[in-house]
Design a protein around this ligand. Structure first.
Ligand SMILES: [Zn+2]
Length: 237
């Protein structure tokens, strides 16, 4: 049986707390951190009452946090059974990457035809933020920013359906990325994004497509194969 539950989730550190941050966000951040640190494993049950006691909040607030976590694809809500840490299968992860290759290749072709200098500037600013989060080993933020780069690319085309689709696709990898992406892997991803943006700026479609494929392939390998061939000692058994 997977280890549960609220006992493994530390209450937020006081120095990180600011009055504006709501209780909901505190719980979301604490659960995310517990996943990053492998204190909460895929499939673990999250008990509303225990979370409420731990954070000193009502069950309504706990439910809001669990709903937000389910939107982030970190938690799976099952009617009448409760909330569980998501447990994406290898098959699902592979399917997500296959769809990403299809969608993002075509997206990149169109993007290179339409991108404007202002878009490039925005994307460069995004890469700088990524680099900062990678450097300070802020795992939840770097995970989000590394995913968001692909969503930012989709936004260039101004097609909301595509943006929503990209958001959905990258979110489905949140849990495995939080658990398994090493600092080195994150740094590589950031460097690969920078190379890709350079090729986009140079409007070199062939190079951009090659870099995108290499990037998606290396991320897929890091997340799906590496963790299962080299079990991490930090993970509870
Ligand atoms: Zn990426």
């Amino acid at each position: 049986m997977p280890r549960a539950d609220a006992d493994l989730i530390a209450a937020p550190d006081a120095p990180d707390s600011s009055p504006e941050v709501s209780s909901t966000e505190h719980i979301v951040a604490a659960v995310t951190r517990a996943i990053v640190e492998h204190r909460l494993l895929p499939g673990a049950k999250l008990v509303e009452q225990k979370l409420g006691d731990r954070f000193g909040v009502s069950r309504t607030v706990v439910r809001q946090a669990l709903f937000r976590l389910s939107e982030l694809k970190l938690v799976h809500l099952e009617p009448a059974r409760g909330a569980f840490v998501a447990a994406p299968s290898i098959k699902e992860a592979r399917e997500v990457f296959a769809v990403r290759r299809m969608v993002e290749s075509q997206m990149l072709r169109e993007l290179i035809a339409h991108i404007k200098p202002a878009d490039i500037r925005k994307l460069k600013a995004h890469l700088k933020a990524e680099r900062g989060a990678v450097a300070r080993i802020d795992v939840p933020t770097r995970t989000k920013l590394l995913f968001d780069f692909h969503v930012r690319l989709a936004e260039v085309l101004g097609n909301q359906v595509l943006v929503d689709l990209m958001q959905e696709l990258v979110s489905r990898c949140s849990l495995i990325t939080l658990m398994y992406q090493s600092a080195d892997n994150a740094q590589n991803s950031n460097a690969e994004h920078a190379q890709l943006l350079k090729a986009i700026e140079a409007r070199d479609t062939d190079l951009a497509l090659q870099l995108l494929h290499d990037h998606l392939e290396s991320v897929e390998r890091q997340l799906i194969e590496a963790p299962r061939t080299e079990p991490r000692t930090s993970a509870p058994t």
